[in-house]
Design a protein around this ligand. Structure first.
Ligand code: NAP
Length: 316
């Protein structure tokens, strides 16, 4: 086969591997991405959502959401599932593939495919921050978890620890106190970031022990996590025997793969103008992935709706 023929064949393979040209490809199926899809489908745009893991993003980890206007109380999982069903019913396509690169010409490359769109919305959210301790990765699923709602059930009548001082940690401790025999809530300061409402409820629980001004410094066990060592401000250490540890120390962005099309701040969040515009025409950002003052469900959904409106205008 001549070089030209080979080149043509390669080109055809690439062309054929484009499923279709979408109006908008949304990267990430959390609340921001799904809200974008909702608005885009209502405007009859051809939408593909690409998601690496499962729909819902971080909110599925929240046992209860009580600060979304108009909804008194709902589990994070139910919220995400309702939104997902709403979007799929409207005709959005979703594929579970990991995006590895997005080109300025709106070619979206996943680990198994290439797709073409006219506009792209990056809604990749954030990922759970790690303690970065030895054995942390090894014990994931063997005593270490980042999601109390997903894994709490496995710790019925057992002893668990929760690490963190934000709403996730407080919510997790509360949730686990109804399942586990005992819950240690370990936080590195003596003040919590999380809401007072949670704190009041936590203090009324007899099986929760607060350990403040302490950091976890080691995770030990044979086949699974068996004990953790904590260190206080005065460098005194203490060992705690636990069956499980729920790490809830916040989130981090994962945007470095998009460096060719967006600017990042020093923490790795995408810099945007007027909420959703990136430095590349037709490429927008929505939700926790962008640099912003408040990362909440409400602001993620707000970004998603703004990004979709801006994308619709761009398509015209
Ligand atoms: P967060 O608010 O950022 O809190 C992270 C906590 O982890 C902080 O207390 C922080 O300590 C601690 N931390 C960070 N790095 C650490 C390390 N290396 N070692 C030990 N501790 C560390 O994160 P989040 O709780 O996941 O919440 C994220 C956002 O989602 C927040 O806006 C929150 O309100 C929201 N949220 C809402 C709900 C709800 O409404 N139901 C539920 C969950 C989350 P310092 O305080 O000392 O920095």
């Amino acid at each position: 086969m001549s070089d030209n023929n080979l080149e043509n064949k390669k080109q055809n393979m690439i062309e054929n591997s484009y499923d279709d040209v979408y109006d908008v490809i949304i990267v990430g199926a959390g609340p921001a991405g799904l809200a974008s899809a909702l608005y885009l489908r209502r405007a009859s745009k051809k939408v593909l959502i690409l998601e690496a893991k499962s729909y819902g993003g971080q909110i599925v980890n929240a046992s209860v959401v009580e600060n979304y206007p108009g909804i008194v109380s709902i589990s994070g999982f139910d919220f995400a599932t309702n939104l997902y069903n709403q979007v799929i019913k409207l005709g959005a396509h979703i594929k579970y593939e990991t995006v590895i690169r997005v080109e300025a010409d709106k070619t979206v490359i996943t680990s198994s495919n290439r797709y073409k769109a006219k506009a792209v919305i990056l809604a990749t959210g954030v990922t759970n921050r790690k303690l970065a301790l030895k054995n942390e990765e090894k014990f994931v699923g063997k005593g270490i978890s980042y999601c109390a709602v997903c894994d709490g059930y496995f710790y019925k009548n057992k002893v668990v620890a929760v690490n963190g001082g934000g709403n996730t940690a407080l919510g997790d401790a509360l949730y686990l106190s109804n399942i586990a025999k005992k819950v240690y809530l370990i936080h590195r300061r003596d003040e919590f970031r999380g809401d007072d409402k949670y704190l009041k409820e936590l203090k009324d629980k007899e099986n929760i022990e607060f350990i403040l001004n302490a950091n976890i410094i080691s995770l030990d066990g044979h086949e699974k996590l068996e004990k953790i060592t904590i260190e206080n401000k005065d460098k005194q250490t203490q060992e705690l025997k636990v069956d499980g540890l729920f790490i809830a120390i916040g989130q981090e962005p994962k945007n470095t793969i998009f460096k060719n099309i967006v600017d990042l701040d020093d923490r790795g969040y995408i810099l945007s103008k007027d909420d959703v515009y990136t430095k590349t025409d037709g490429i927008y950002v929505a939700g926790d992935a962008r640099e912003k003052k408040l990362r909440q469900l409400t602001t993620a959904v707000s970004d998603g709706s703004i990004a979709s409106m801006v994308a619709i205008k761009y398509l015209k």
